[in-house]
Every structure is written in structure tokens, then in C-alpha cells.
Design a protein around this ligand. Structure first.
Ligand SMILES: Cc1cc2nc3c(=O)[nH]c(=O)nc-3n(C[C@H](O)[C@H](O)[C@H](O)COP(=O)(O)O)c2cc1C
Length: 325
């Protein structure tokens, strides 16, 4: 496969779609593009062990419209990470190294956020991948292992020395997992200490958060994960604001329900009805959060097994909503 538009100008990137394993699949990323965003897409994390055992970049499904597209690798063995990077290099605009995943089964082997405990190893991995692929390399990491070991500035400086082209900081420690609030003030501190671009991540849920976070941190851009769930227009709206100050309103309920139906339709095509409907259960709550009796409807939607049944309930939600208006 020949990849067009693979090349990336990082200085033009203001928004990154932060990887969400089990959520930000080919359909998710395609819909962000459909709603107009030029953001940098990122694959879900790809295990370097798995990729070396089965050297087929199609392990991760992606399509041409997603470019620019970053491939995220997770692992701690230099040879496996470099081999994986070489396998995906023909398809990747950027290779991102996962140094932030807090999940136990990932950190036990020294992967994900455990890499923050071994900065020298992270240095070796980044510099080796840069040398072997000639591609932009980035890393996504947290504040540190816990509040006593917040080494994000030294860690980022080490990666910068290794040749990293940019970094993304999720402003929580590993110990926090996803609890508490991301501390954007730490991103501001990092921005002052680094020469390479810094992208801010954590708890940017809407347009105002994006504006506030950028003002506070002076970061080069933002990375958004969960905020895109239930609103594929968010990256586009943020980009437009940064481009020319225009404020595009959030989609209303009717538009969100249309978006949800489209998301469901495409996942059913992608995975088949049984798996596609199951997969979509994670998303319902996000799309209908502003509806009266949202939890009642969510609880109902997650029991349904057919696309047509879900569409019927969605139509009912819409008609009741407008009747109550
Ligand atoms: C379900 C889920 C899956 C995630 N998967 C990944 C992943 O594969 N790679 C990664 O670097 N971060 C992953 N993250 C972390 C997000 O990319 C992001 O850093 C975090 O959710 C904070 O940003 P947000 O508040 O914008 O979601 C995941 C987070 C969640 C909730």
C-alpha cells in the first residue's frame, strides 16, 4: 500500500487525538476526520512483543483518510521496539512511545508509565528508533510514578536529548490512574523547560477547557482522549477557534443522536451486529448525557442487541426531548 499525505509538519498540529485502547478504533478516527478536523490521529497502543511475533502492520486497522497518523508502540525491549518501529515505519507519520499507561498488566513488565522509572532505557529506545526509521518520534508520559517521584521534567529533557520531536504530558501521576484532576500547571512548568513542542493532555472535555488549558500552559497544542467521546466535532471546533477565533457551537441533541446512529452503523459494518452493538455500549452515556433521565435511557440502551432497536430508542429520546421543550 502506498501511503499519501503521510508526511507531517508538527508545527501545524494544534490538536492530537489521544489514544484510547478499545475505543479510538478506525471508525472513531475516521469520524473525527469526517467532522473536519486536521488533527494528528493516533492508533491505539500496539504491543511491540505482539507486532514482532506477527509482523503485519494491519494488526491495527487504519485507512488513508486518517493521515497524518501516529502509531503508538508500547514495550521496553530496545530490539523489539526498534523492530516494531521498522515494521510500521512505511505507514506512520510519527512513532509515539507509550510511557504513560498505568494499567497493572502493562507496568509489571516495565512498559507504559513504568518507563518513567528507567529514563536511560527510554533514551535508548527513542534514539534507536529515530536512527533506524528517520521518522518523527514522540513520547506520551505522566507526571511520574507517584507524587513523591514526579520526574516529568527530567524525563522529558532526557527524551529531548535522545532526539524526540515532541512530547505529550498527561498531567497525572501513575498512582492517580484516572482519578482527581489533571494538574495543568505542571504542563506550564514543563513547557518552560523544553525546546521541543509540548502537548497538554488530561481532562480537556470541551471547547472552554481547551482554551483555558492552552492559556494556562502555553503548550503548543492539546491532546484529547475522552472529550471526543460523544462529540466528534470537538477537535475541529478547537482548531477553528485557534485558526481564526471562530466559535462553533457544540452539536445539539438532534445532531448528537445522528452522530451516534452513524457511529453505530459504521461499527456494525466494521465488526458485525453482535460485536458492533456490544462495542457501542461504552459510548451511549456520552452522547445522551444532557438528556433528561439519561441514566434510565443508558441502562436501557446497553441491554439491546440489535441496531434497529437502538435506533428506535434514540428516536423516542429525541421525540420526548422536543415534546418537553
Ligand atoms: C479507556 C482508555 C484507554 C486508553 N488507552 C491509551 C493508549 O492506548 N495509549 C495511551 O498512551 N494512553 C491511553 N489512554 C490515556 C489517554 O490517552 C489520555 O492520556 C487520558 O485519558 C487523559 O486524557 P483525557 O482526559 O483527554 O481522556 C487511555 C485512556 C482510557 C480512559
Amino acid at each position: 500500500m502506498e501511503v499519501k499525505n503521510k508526511k507531517i509538519d508538527i508545527s501545524k498540529i494544534k490538536v492530537i487525538q489521544a489514544p484510547l485502547a478499545g475505543i479510538s478504533d478506525i471508525v472513531f478516527r475516521g469520524l473525527i476526520r469526517k467532522y473536519g478536523s486536521n488533527c494528528l490521529m493516533t492508533t491505539e497502543m500496539i504491543s511491540s512483543e505482539m507486532l514482532c511475533n506477527n509482523p503485519n502492520p494491519r494488526i491495527i486497522d487504519f485507512s488513508d483518510i486518517e493521515y497524518p497518523l501516529s502509531f503508538q508502540l508500547v514495550g521496553h525491549k530496545i530490539d523489539k521496539m526498534v523492530n516494531s518501529a521498522k515494521i510500521i515505519a512505511p505507514f506512520a507519520s510519527v512513532i509515539d512511545i507509550n510511557c504513560g499507561c498505568p494499567v497493572k498488566k502493562v507496568v509489571v513488565s516495565g512498559d507504559g508509565s513504568a518507563m518513567m522509572k528507567t529514563p536511560k532505557l527510554a533514551y535508548e529506545i527513542v534514539s534507536a528508533i529515530k536512527k533506524e526509521t528517520n521518522l518523527p518520534v514522540s513520547a506520551k508520559f505522566r507526571l511520574g510514578w507517584n507524587s513523591e517521584e514526579e520526574n516529568y521534567i527530567e524525563f522529558a529533557q532526557t527524551l529531548q536529548e535522545a532526539g524526540a520531536d515532541f512530547v505529550t504530558l498527561h498531567a497525572r501521576t501513575r498512582a492517580q490512574m484516572y482519578q482527581g484532576q489533571a494538574d495543568w500547571s505542571k504542563i506550564a512548568l514543563l513547557k518552560k523547560e523544553l525546546d521541543i513542542p509540548v502537548f497538554a493532555n488530561g481532562d480537556i472535555k470541551n471547547f472552554e477547557d481547551a482554551k483555558n488549558c492552552l492559556e494556562l500552559t502555553q503548550a503548543n497544542g492539546i491532546a484529547i482522549g475522552r472529550g471526543i467521546m460523544g462529540d466528534f466535532t470537538l477537535p475541529y471546533r478547537i482548531e477553528k477557534y485557534l485558526e481564526n477565533g471562530s466559535i462553533i457551537p457544540e452539536p445539539d441533541l438532534k445532531e448528537k443522536i445522528e452522530m451516534l446512529k452513524e457511529h453505530l452503523r459504521l461499527e456494525v459494518i466494521n465488526m458485525g451486529e453482535i460485536n458492533g452493538v456490544k462495542f457501542m455500549r461504552k459510548f451511549f452515556g456520552y452522547y445522551i448525557e444532557n438528556v433528561k433521565n439519561a441514566s434510565k435511557y443508558r441502562n436501557m440502551l446497553v441491554t439491546l442487541e440489535k441496531e434497529s432497536e437502538i435506533r428506535e430508542v434514540l428516536d423516542e429520546i429525541l421525540s420526548l426531548h422536543f415534546k418537553n421543550d
